[in-house]
Design a protein around this ligand. Sequence first.
Ligand code: UDP
Ligand code: MG
Length: 322
Amino acid sequence: MSRSPIVLSVIIPVYNEVDNLDPLHQALITVLEEQNKPYEIILVDDGSTDGSREKLAQIAKSNKNFKVVNFLRNYGQTAALMAGIEKAQGEILIPMDADLQNDPKDIPRLLQKLDEGFDVVSGWRKDRQDKTITRTIPSMIANKIISKISGLVLHDYGCTLKVYRRDVIKGVRLYGEMHRFIPIYAKWQGAQVTEIPVSHNPRIHGISKYGLNRIFKVILDLIVVWFMENYFTKPIYLFGSFGLFFLLVSLLSGTLAVYLRIFHNISFISTPMPLAAVMSFMVGIVAILLGLVAEMVVRTYYESQRLNIYTVRETLNIDEPT
Ligand code: UDP
Ligand code: MG
């Protein structure tokens, strides 16, 4: 088996960043050449309409380490990162933003940290240069909640600049705004994850592509992450517990209604108990049935792709069939 000679793969989603591309390219070359390792810079143009695509083609002509994927239309930053990860050949993947808010000069420090024995080193925009009310504060709260739910404590999930050993995100599939959760996914696989502060600059060219509505997407993605973390291989446990709880509520309110009717002569229709019994019975049954459907979906997911519910780090003295 021949191994790819490329060591570092920088992956950059680009959406309408035309004025940032030349300075970005220059800054990256300066930093990467100093590393003395074969590298590639993969730019994924996410359907730009401002001439970024032409600019990328022009730079790609002058530099063969500068590789470009052009999307047909705008699919979003997560999809662009995903495409970059898929094309990347390096052992170390370095996603970052195209807008120079991340500083390529931080890459050597991130790589050094990786060499200390980590699989993922996440950037932490300690001194973040974005609007305080709409960006920095919501993101602070989000980071606290995500840390709590995922069990991986990071200050800044949203920072795109991170470095990964390729093995730990092999096969990762990203949806929605999910790219910020890659370190969590890596940790599930057993990776060692850490963070170091990185610098953050205000945007000089172009505009931010996001507004407040991203908060809702992140919250919903977080629910998915929580579900995947805890129940993805056994959804019936979640739906089933919920269903059983409501069946219990139903039983209790039904019994209470009968008890009140017999011993206190209170009519069925003068308390909400019978209604509560019927409602919670229905909710309980539906939840259990949904859980069974989810089980089938999950099994189809794993079995159609012959996926395992575990990941093996290594085996000893076992010959893998090739
Ligand atoms: N981006 C993208 N597709 C999109 C939106 C953004 O590829 O639909 C890219 C954008 O060009 C930039 C990165 O994702 O390189 C981060 O976007 P932005 O700077 O607007 O986000 P912010 O820094 O404001 O959170
Ligand atoms: Mg930005």
